[in-house]
Design a binder for this molecule. Structure first.
Ligand code: AMP
Length: 406
């Protein structure tokens, strides 16, 4: 089978690596660190299956375009991608489906938004309605900061058009969990659970990012949590999508909070998580290309099975990420990190005039290691990460700490 992966980050690198176990893979546009990258657009590439990595082309209707041209595509059309493209639409759909989630309301004017904030206890949560690369969410204990954020978002100062509607939510408390399900329009199968880290700094400090690390499996998870999330969140959502005439063939990523009242939905993403894919997909024993092709064709029969190991990913970012990343610095030590037994997935990288790999984005590399336990995988990942350097490289030092110490 020939598979075309659309995208250019660490998620696409790991997709290519794992799909490559059973299929021939090309990544478009990819990046200089991903073997098999091609500048040829997906519609012009010869492929039996197209897997769309990022959310933006899905929201813009790339899957519809490719399907109309007769391609087999893993990824929802623009209709289903609204689950991620509009938080207000998503909240409306999950309310109709009866999925447990935070109390919320959407606003495009400041005064009612501030009045609603006043009616909620802290922590306060203010989100842009549209896409903001994981950075459009403020969670704060400060009422004044929440009000300032509503003003900045609605005024178009912080996120442009994506912020012209804001969603104000009740703050939930509890550990977070990411559960990715592969859907064929009717049936959904869960992948192994993972936990990711959204804040830039140790101890969950600083602003939200696209994701600074992840691990899988999640050892402290009760045995019934995956089943509960499938029953209460994923299945009813898929049924509600179907009821609205939406044939959702792709990955449905449920971001959850494990509250005292059970798992509650924080958000849906309409694609593999980045960096969750880096810890979940390499652990898959099942043929990923066959699984995704079945889902894309609306005939999901495979059951994903996972190795009995653990994986930890540490994201190496540039100085200044997520606000103003500094780029163009030469990256040293990837081979040394790989010699420690880690896999290094390339995200924000480019080649300079001397052919050297240099930093080109906020999140640059994802250092992933495996081991029999989360503790083993974690120490390998950090040993490997310490081999890599460029001026201002930074990463969290507490990825998977809690899981490794339980
Ligand atoms: P989202 O982009 O909606 O996933 O939000 C990004 C992150 O903000 C989540 O992973 C949570 O850490 C946090 N967050 C979002 N919504 C809430 C909420 N209602 N209560 C507490 N934290 C939240």
């Amino acid at each position: 089978m020939k598979v075309c992966v659309v995208g250019s980050g660490g998620r696409e690198h790991v997709l290519a690596r794992v799909l490559g176990r059973h299929a021939e893979v090309v990544v478009t546009p990819g990046n200089p660190g991903i073997p098999g990258s091609s500048p040829v657009p997906p519609g012009a590439l010869d492929a039996d299956l197209v897997v769309v990595g990022p959310e933006a082309p899905l929201v813009a209707g790339l899957a519809d375009e490719l399907r109309a041209a007769g391609r087999l595509v893993l990824g929802p059309g623009a209709d289903g991608a609204r689950l991620e493209g509009s938080k207000a639409w998503m909240k409306d759909l999950v309310a109709a489906a009866g999925v447990p989630t935070a109390r919320h309301a959407s606003f495009d004017e400041e005064k009612p938004a501030v009045d609603y904030l006043r009616s909620l206890p802290p922590p306060y949560v203010v989100k842009t309605d549209g896409l903001a690369a994981g950075k459009g969410v403020l969670v704060t204990g400060s009422f004044d900061e929440a009000v300032d954020d509503v003003r900045a978002k609605l005024g178009g100062h912080s996120f442009g058009a994506a912020g012209h509607t804001v969603v104000v939510e009740e703050g939930m408390v509890g550990p977070e969990l990411s559960l990715l399900a592969v859907c064929d329009g009717t049936r959904a199968v869960p992948l192994a659970p993972a936990q990711d880290y959204k804040r830039v700094g140790d101890g969950d400090t600083g602003p939200n990012t696209g994701g600074m690390g992840a691990y899988s499996p999640v050892p402290m998870l009760g045995a019934d949590v995956v089943g509960t999330v499938m029953d209460r969140c994923v299945e009813p959502t898929l049924a509600e999508l179907r009821r609205r005439g939406i044939d959702y063939r792709g990955v449905l990523y449920a971001g959850l909070m494990l509250t005292g009242e059970g798992p509650k939905l924080v958000e849906y993403n309409v694609r593999f998580g980045d960096p969750e894919a880096q810890v979940v997909l390499p652990r898959l024993i099942t043929d990923l290309a066959a699984l995704l092709a079945e889902a894309a064709a609306g005939r999901l029969v495979s059951e994903p099975r996972f190795a009995d190991d653990a994986a930890v990913t540490v994201v190496l970012a540039t100085d200044g990420y997520p606000t103003g990343p500094r780029t163009g610095d030469a990256i040293d030590g990837i081979a040394a990190a790989e010699a420690e037994g880690a896999d290094v997935y390339c995200a924000g990288v480019a080649r300079d005039g001397h052919g050297r790999l240099v930093t080109a984005g906020g999140r640059v590399l994802d250092v992933t290691a495996h081991g029999p336990t989360v503790a083993d995988a974690r120490s390998r990942a950090y040993r490997a990460a310490s081999c890599i350097s460029w001026p201002g490289v930074h990463y969290r030092t507490d990825i998977a700490w809690e899981a490794a110490h339980t």
